[in-house]
Design a protein around this ligand. Structure first.
Ligand code: ATP
Ligand code: MG
Length: 260
């Protein structure tokens, strides 16, 4: 049994390197953090700092060199194929570009996980997909193909598909790439409303700073293998680390204390 205060995901002293002994690149250097249940955690940091690597480790698509990655108390890198498949069923994933199937309609794209992973009959599938289409303001677009949709609509279809199996945890990797600022804001508003209604744990990797911080209950900043966790945006400006104070000034326009 796990208590409700147990985090959705926990990293304990995780090390991840790439390359051989001669050119070893340590992307994560003994990082530890917890992702609390039912909340939104934003992971930020410069390009190539390991944000996507963290998501891939969570899903067991990459293996760490050391440390534990706990999902619901299970250590993901230690799981066999079947148990790993079970753990993956808990996740909804929305990667960059939404990755829709161009030859399938919106309806069929959203129905896909239900057809592959459940025994719902055609009537049950129709009911569930229509309901999600309405929830994500896509009603009436079910018979369109991805090429006929705007960028924001594609992202919404991607989210609709990610939510079909009622995931406990939703992972977003750069979910607003290619959208204009207005659409970006609309998508984040929709994410916030959907997360509040369904109560899942959200992990968002994003460059949309500071907008995305408005959604965050927790912020993780990654830099050169190190990781810092903040409960509130304002705390970022009070960090002792020069790199983080600089980040706060440059990307968020926050005045850092001591320089006023
Ligand atoms: N499969 C891999 N093989 C070798 N190196 C990899 C692999 N995956 C990631 N890396 C390296 O790990 C580092 C972190 O990559 P990652 O994709 O997590 O960056 P990121 O923070 O998501 O960057 P971006 O914001 O550009 O998406 C990079 O230096 C990358 O080259
Ligand atoms: Mg990435």
């Amino acid at each position: 049994m796990h208590s409700s205060t147990e985090p959705a995901v926990r990293f304990v002293e995780v090390v991840k390197t790439f390359g051989g002994a001669d050119q070893c690149h340590r992307v994560l250097d003994q990082v530890s953090f917890s992702i609390p249940k039912g909340m939104t955690t934003v992971i930020a940091g410069g390009s190539g700092q390991g944000k996507s690597v963290i998501l891939k480790l969570v899903l067991g698509l990459l293996r760490p060199d050391a440390g534990s990655i706990l999902v619901g108390g299970q250590d993901v890198p230690k799981l066999g194929y079947k148990a790993l498949q079970q753990v993956r069923m808990r996740f909804g994933v929305l990667f960059q570009g939404a990755a829709l199937f161009d030859s399938l309609t919106v309806f069929e794209n959203i129905a896909l996980p239900l057809r592959e992973r459940t025994r719902l009959d055609e009537g049950g599938i129709r009911e569930k997909v229509e309901q999600t289409l309405d929830q994500l303001e896509l009603g009436g677009h079910g018979q369109k193909y991805p090429a006929q949709l705007s960028g924001g609509m594609k992202k919404r279809v991607g989210l609709a598909r990610a939510l079909q199996l009622e995931p406990e945890i939703v992972l977003y990797d750069e979910p607003t790439t290619g959208l204009d600022p207005v659409m970006t804001r609309e998508i984040y508003d929709l994410f916030a409303r959907t997360q509040q209604r369904l109560g899942y744990t959200a992990i968002i990797v994003s460059h949309d700073i500071p907008q995305v911080f408005e959604l965050a209950d927790q912020i993780i900043l990654l830099n050169r293998g190190e990781l810092d966790v903040f409960g509130r945006v304002e705390e970022i400006a009070y960090s002792r680390k020069p790199f983080i104070r600089e980040f706060a000034e440059k990307t968020m326009g926050l005045p850092t204390p001591g320089r006023i």
